[in-house]
Design a protein around this ligand. Structure first.
Ligand code: UTP
Length: 284
């Protein structure tokens, strides 16, 4: 059973400037919830009850988001707004179950994960990138169900001209759901890509990955890459990609973020009818 999850939120989010100048990208809302809350809820659905945030310099909004807001709660009680109060209370986790560690330099995803090493003991841990938002079943719960040791990543097929934006795997045995990972390359050009099977931001990693990360080897973009450390485990332990059943939105890009807002609103029965009508009237 996976009990802990790491949420790296130390990226600069340059594609969303100026919105992300003082606000972490993971606090951008899709409909009415920040990206990070979707990721935390997805992890909780998998039975995870320890949440480790690896933050950058602009961390306070995330800390505040998962903490009490006594003024707000008092006002909601006074006004009898019980529904809103429940929403706010539901986000508060057991004391001691949420921790924060600072990534002093945004030296890459691998570096961010390594910063959490002292909070993880000899156990597998989940890693969730909140800017990869999944509509549908909890992706990390699906992964945990199929996990039997070693390393696991969530994967999906992308078009060949998109390989440069993802970690791409060399597939081995493939039953349509679980695909064995025989090799891994970060952001290859289409002509160098071993397949079109791409990693999305959900991982279950074994303790040995932290040892590899501690070598601080720089990879693509001069950053310490998590995929490079995972690649070094190939042949030493089991490594599978799981084709998850939900739909993934790249909320690190403007287009993905906008699509996510439309798709999540359309999945909301209170919003969908009016939004559909408005789009139809205005754009068709
Ligand atoms: P991205 O590659 O999307 O980088 O990071 P970014 O800095 O967040 O965004 P852009 O490209 O400048 O717009 C992928 C994930 O890894 C985390 C990010 O927070 C995001 O969830 N990350 C990345 C870190 O936590 N630390 C890093 O040093 C780099």
């Amino acid at each position: 059973m996976i009990k802990k999850a790491i949420f790296p939120v130390g990226g600069l989010g340059t594609r969303f400037l100026p919105a992300t100048k003082a606000l972490p990208k993971e606090m951008l809302p899709v409909v009415d919830k920040p990206l990070i809350q979707y990721a935390v809820e997805e992890a909780a659905e998998a039975g995870i009850d320890e949440f480790i945030f690896v933050t950058g310099r602009n961390k306070s909004a995330i800390e505040d988001h998962f903490d009490h807001s006594y003024e707000l709660e008092k006002t909601l009680i006074a006004k009898g707004k019980t529904e809103a109060l429940t929403v706010v209370h539901d986000m508060i986790h057991k004391p001691g179950s949420v921790s924060y560690v600072r990534q002093q330099d945004p030296a890459g995803l691998g570096h961010a994960v390594w910063c959490a090493r002292n909070m993880v003991h000899n156990e597998p841990v989940a890693v969730l990138l909140a800017d990869d938002l999944i509509l549908g079943k909890s992706c990390i719960a699906e992964m945990a169900k199929h996990y039997h040791g070693g390393n696991m990543v969530a994967v999906m097929n992308v078009s060949m001209d998109q390989t440069h934006a993802y970690g791409i795997i060399t597939p081995g045995t493939d039953d349509g759901k679980l695909v064995e990972v025989m090799g891994l390359i970060e952001k290859p050009k289409p002509e160098d890509a071993p397949s079109n099977i791409a990693i999305v931001g959900r991982y279950i990693i074994e303790p040995a990955v932290f040892q590899t990360l501690s070598k601080s080897e720089r990879g693509a973009g001069g950053e310490i890459q998590l995929t490079d450390a995972l690649a070094q485990q190939i042949g030493k332990s089991a490594f599978f990609g799981l084709r998850f059943s939900g739909e993934r939105f790249d909320c690190g890009s403007k287009m993905g973020f906008l699509q996510a807002n439309v798709a999540f609103a359309m999945a909301n029965e209170m919003l969908a009818p009016n939004l559909k009508k408005w789009i139809k009237d205005r754009y068709s």
